[in-house]
Unconditional design. Structure first.
Length: 246
C-alpha cells in the first residue's frame, strides 16, 4: 500500500456471536489508506458484511480495535464522515424517490439549493432522474439498489462503504457506476466495496480475499494473481482456499 494517510485501521479484530459461539471473524488486521478502492472479495457467508458493519460502527468487535480517521469505533459522531450502502435497501416504499432523497439529505444537513443540486447530481449518476417522482413501491430491485447508492453519495463523503452495490444492476449500468467510483477515487475519496463478482476485482487498487472469517490475502489484484501462479483472481482465490480443506 502507498504512504497515504490511514482512513480505516483494524487491529486483531475478532467477532464472535455469544448466543451461538460462532466465530464470524478471526484476527483481522487491515489498514485502508486515503484515495484507494479496497475490495472485499469472498463467497456468501464468508464474513464480508460483518466486517463492513464493524467498519461503520454499526456492530462492535468482540476483541481488537477498529478506528476510522484515528477515532475508535463505534462512535456516533463519525456517522457523518462516510456514505454507507447496506446490502438491504433502507428505503421508505410509500414515498417517492425525491421524498426519500430529501429525507436522507436532511439527516446530512443539506438544505435549499445545495440539497436539490446533490439530489439531481446523484440521481443522474445512477440513471434515475426520470423516475424522481415514482413511489419506491413501483421500483424494481435494481432501481432500489441504484437509489441506495445515490443516497450514500448525497453528502459528498470522503469515505464510501458499499456492501455489494451492483447486485441486481444490469451490466451496462454497472460499468457506468464503476466509472463513477473510479472518478471519485481519483478525486481522493476512499472506497470500500464488497463483492462476490470476480470480474469487479480488477477495478480495485487492493483486494482483501476473505474466507471463513479470515483474510487469506491482502494485495493488489495483479500481485495476488502472481503470488499464486494464477491467471485470474478467481483461480487465485481457489488456490489460496485449498489450505482450508486440507
Amino acid at each position: 500500500m502507498s504512504s497515504a494517510p490511514s482512513v480505516l485501521q483494524l487491529t486483531s479484530v475478532c467477532r464472535t456471536f455469544s448466543s451461538t459461539g460462532a466465530v464470524v471473524l478471526s484476527d483481522i488486521n487491515l489498514t485502508i489508506g486515503q484515495g484507494e478502492i479496497f475490495g472485499l472479495l469472498g463467497p456468501s457467508g464468508s464474513g464480508k458484511t460483518t466486517l463492513i458493519k464493524l467498519m461503520t460502527g454499526i456492530d462492535q468487535a468482540s476483541a481488537g480495535t477498529v478506528e476510522m480517521l484515528h477515532t475508535p469505533l463505534p462512535n456516533r459522531a463519525m456517522m457523518q464522515q462516510f456514505g454507507y450502502m447496506a446490502q438491504a435497501d433502507a428505503l421508505y416504499s410509500e414515498l417517492t424517490a425525491k421524498e426519500n432523497m430529501r429525507f436522507f439529505a436532511s439527516l446530512y444537513g443539506l438544505k435549499g439549493k445545495q440539497r436539490m443540486r446533490r439530489i439531481e447530481e446523484t440521481l443522474a449518476i445512477v440513471d434515475l432522474l426520470d423516475h424522481l417522482h415514482k413511489p419506491i413501491a413501483a421500483y424494481s430491485g435494481g432501481m432500489k439498489r441504484r437509489l441506495s447508492l445515490a443516497i450514500a453519495l448525497l453528502h459528498e463523503p470522503s469515505l464510501l462503504i458499499l456492501d455489494e452495490p451492483t447486485v441486481g444492476i444490469d451490466p451496462v449500468l454497472r460499468q457506468s457506476i464503476w466509472q463513477e467510483l473510479l472518478a471519485l477515487r481519483n478525486s481522493g475519496v476512499t472506497i470500500v466495496v464488497t463483492t462476490h463478482v470476480m470480474d469487479e476485482a480488477a477495478h480495485c487498487d487492493r483486494l482483501g480475499l476473505i474466507r471463513q472469517g479470515k483474510l487469506i490475502a491482502v494485495d493488489s489484484p495483479a500481485a495476488i494473481i502472481a503470488a499464486t501462479n494464477s491467471t485470474t483472481i478467481e483461480e487465485a482465490f481457489i488456490t489460496l482456499g485449498k489450505g482450508d480443506r486440507e
